[in-house]
Design a protein around this ligand. Structure first.
Ligand code: ATP
Ligand code: MG
Length: 342
């Protein structure tokens, strides 16, 4: 028998526990050789007085297993709590956030049937580095940090990703017409590194028109690399035009540890109702299985998920008014189809 790979799992807040239970059930029935270790993070932990939102034991598990499957969490409003997502990314050095966006037309209705793009978002720097100050009672400041090593690392990752995944083009988004030093450095490093990959087509767009183009002609994009804040915004747009923010998963990659999650938040507006779409987290889990060397199981789950959509089984966010199933029913429909593959 193969030795099971230990992974760290957090069920999170809001819809987190519902979509994680659904995802774990699918993993269990898929034959994935994994052994989950559960940690508590998020709201409960913050409010218990652990102001970082994560305990020492949780860090220990993460450092040991080096693989993290994470449901969305809620950072309590006010009280000066730091975003745990930012803390985890920075502490574990998860410098690259990879977000594939694909349209599943005709099964998931979308205005853009031909989307197949991957956003590679820088994950540690920029305005999300967490450097914010109150300067005077009436002036607050947030510093935008862009470094050459950080830019080189993420841009090289984007080109290497393109080569490994048989992608043809890498696009860079920045706002270097206004932020000439910070975004200027990012764009400059992009131009430098692109010379090492003559087989890959390259282009650059100013972020505002770039995101407008994602919304209008997403089929023109392949791999897109950009600083942190722009990546956050662009990936919600890209996910939404494929049908729902509930569809896409993401991988957060570091040199030692990797974290896999859904791109959406904890959706408190629909929490506890059993109606959330678990697909984003399922896609995160599929990327995790590829990362830990179990690509066959990953493909099996992905095919069962596709078959479920093909059979017209949808959660409410995708069904848009017509008949829909709940989170667990959707997962059970996938499990039924796991067994039906050759
Ligand atoms: P964050 O800042 O953590 O990214 P957010 O403000 O972007 O959070 P989300 O929690 O992602 O917000 O929710 C945005 C909207 O999308 C909400 O209306 C929510 O109900 C919906 N939504 C998010 N995830 C899902 C899902 N898995 N299934 C169905 N609807 C979802
Ligand atoms: Mg969001």
């Amino acid at each position: 028998m193969t030795k099971k790979r230990h992974i760290t799992v957090a069920k999170g807040d809001g819809i987190g526990p519902e979509i994680m239970d659904a995802t774990l059930k699918i993993l269990e029935f898929s034959g994935a050789e994994i052994e989950p270790e559960f940690i508590d993070i998020g709201e409960k932990v913050y409010l218990s007085g652990e102001t970082s939102g994560i305990s020492e034991e949780a860090w220990e598990s993460l450092r040991r297993t080096k693989v993290f499957l994470k449901a969305p969490i809620t950072t309590p409003q006010g009280g000066g709590f730091k975003s745990l997502n930012v803390t985890i990314r920075k502490t574990l050095g998860l410098y690259a956030n990879i977000r594939p966006n694909i349209s599943y037309d005709p099964f998931v209705k979308t205005k853009h049937p031909n989307v197949d793009l991957v956003i590679v978002r820088e994950n540690e720097e920029d305005l999300y580095a967490g450097i914010e100050h109150q300067q005077t009672p009436e002036v607050v400041q947030c510093l935008k940090l862009i470094t050459r090593p950080g830019s080189e690392k993420i841009i090289r990752y984007a080109f290497e990703y393109a080569v490994k995944n048989n992608r043809k083009k890498v696009t860079c988004f920045s706002k270097d017409n206004i932020m000439k030093l910070t975004d200027g450095l990012f764009h400059k490093v992009f131009n430098e590194i692109s010379k090492e990959y003559p087989q890959i087509e390259t282009e650059h767009w100013i972020i505002d028109i770039g995101i407008a183009k994602i919304a209008d002609t997403p089929q023109d994009f392949d791999v897109i690399v950009m600083p942190n804040l722009y990546g956050d915004i662009a990936s919600d747009v890209a996910a939404q035009i494929t049908g729902s923010v509930g569809l896409a998963g993401s991988a957060n990659i570091g040199d030692h540890v990797a974290m896999f999650e859904a791109i959406h938040g904890s959706a408190p507006d629909i929490a506890g109702k059993g109606i959330a779409n678990p697909s984003g987290l399922i896609h995160g889990a599929i990327m995790m299985l590829v990362h830990i060397g179990q690509p066959e199981v990953a493909t099996k789950i992905h095919n069962a998920w596709l078959k479920t959509l093909e059979d017209g089984i949808f959660t409410g966010d995708i069904a848009k008014g017509s008949a829909s199933v709940g989170t667990m029913e959707f997962a059970e429909a996938i499990i039924q189809r796991l067994g039906q593959q050759p």
